[in-house]
Design a binder for this molecule. Structure first.
Ligand code: TRP
Ligand code: SF4
Length: 361
């Protein structure tokens, strides 16, 4: 029988296009000398789920050892779509930071901070807004898409149009060379590169041209089979209890043509739960499950119980770390303050350089 290979969660793929290669050549000498610096951020939108974990968070985690990493909570960016209810954002910041720490984003080696604590992001955003043509922003595909998607909200705002300019400021204020992001963010990163080039052209070489680092993200289905997403209500959260995991997995859709245990199943083609199995169950056992399911030797209830157990053992160390962090009062606040102080040293240095480039003094 042909066996399935499990998905590699940590594989990271560098995005290369012709213009990126060309930019690489130009920047080569400078980049070799420069520190290898990573920056990435997420909007605080509440609890994170397994889709985040196997996607961008695992990428962040694996980059920590090799690069100088800055990870930040994009709370100003959250205002672009949630300006009508900003009161929820402070709690989301804490929830998200706790999720990061629990999965192993390590504040001793990475700098973790909140965007709005560093006013230089806003200052650089303002300067970049002077040199960014509106047509570049109107061309941004996410601008139109999100307006369509969130039609109940008025997103014809200056801030929403300027979202990628602020993102460019986030990245360039730390002179990041690499930015781990999902595919959906590639147009934003291309804009960052264009803004950096334009600034360098107008005022002299100041910024590196950052490159995206694309995480190879395995498909993580939610319990209804659609992509796992908080807004679909189909997510298993990193912070879910053992019981919640058992309950949610038991609700997952399996091979619907398999009415009784005696009916042979087709895990690869027809079972949603099986896609999650691939992430949590080792290859040998996975092969046995395929065989047993096709041969009607295992029932879905038992099979999903095994999956829930596997997810729970995977989450055990994460839950333990979460409990430790929660037990030491003030931890999150302290970490974010420490991160702010470190980040500020970098952001102040860059803004000073920007000012001399701009005013020639
Ligand atoms: N736009 C990103 C998102 O929605 C969040 C973000 C803001 C970001 N600034 C950034 C990501 C800078 C990487 C780098 O996920
Ligand atoms: Fe899916 Fe397992 Fe049921 Fe087969 S036995 S259909 S793999 S849940």
């Amino acid at each position: 029988m042909e066996c399935i290979t499990t998905v590699n969660n940590n594989g990271i793929e560098e995005q290369h296009s012709d213009n990126i290669n060309a930019a690489n050549e130009n920047n080569k000498d400078r980049l070799i000398e420069q520190e290898r610096r990573i920056l990435s951020g997420m909007r605080p939108s509440g609890k994170l789920h397994l889709g985040h974990l196997h996607g961008v968070l695992n990428t962040w985690k694996s980059l920590q050892q090799e690069y100088r990493c800055f990870f930040f909570v994009a709370d100003w960016h959250a205002l672009t779509t949630n300006y009508d209810y900003p009161q929820a954002i402070p709690e989301f910041i804490d929830d998200m930071t706790l999720d990061w720490l629990s999965i192993g984003i390590d504040p001793d080696i990475s700098t973790i901070f909140v965007q709005s604590h560093i006013k230089e992001h806003a200052e650089l955003n303002l300067i970049f807004s002077m040199i960014t043509p509106v047509s570049w922003l109107e061309r941004n595909p996410t601008y139109k898409e999100q307006q369509e998607e969130l039609r109940q909200k008025d997103l014809a705002t200056h801030g929403f149009l300027g979202y990628p300019v602020l993102q460019a400021a986030d990245i360039l204020i730390y002179k990041a060379n690499k930015v781990p992001v999902g595919v959906d963010q590639l147009p934003h990163l291309e804009l960052t590169r264009e803004i950096a080039r334009r600034f360098n052209y107008l005022y002299g070489e100041t910024f590196p041209i950052p490159e995206p680092l694309l995480a190879q993200t395995p498909k993580v289905p939610g319990i209804d089979g659609r992509k796992m997403s908080k807004s679909y209500g189909n997510a298993i959260f990193i912070s879910d209890s053992e019981e919640e995991v058992v309950r949610k997995v038991s609700e997952m859709i399996t091979d619907t043509e398999r009415k009784r245990k005696n009916d042979p199943g087709d895990p690869e083609k027809r079972c949603i739960a099986f896609n999650l199995h691939k992430l949590y169950i080792d290859k040998d056992r996975l092969c046995e499950i395929v065989e047993d399911c096709k041969g009607a030797k295992i029932g879905c209830v038992q099979c999903k119980r095994e999956l829930a157990d596997a997810i729970n053992s995977f989450l055990t160390p994460i839950r333990e770390r979460r409990r430790e962090i929660e037990a030491s009062k003030g931890t999150i606040k302290d970490i974010l303050i420490k991160g702010r102080d470190v980040a500020r040293e970098f952001s102040e240095a860059t803004i000073n350089e920007v000012k001399s480039a701009l005013w020639g003094v």
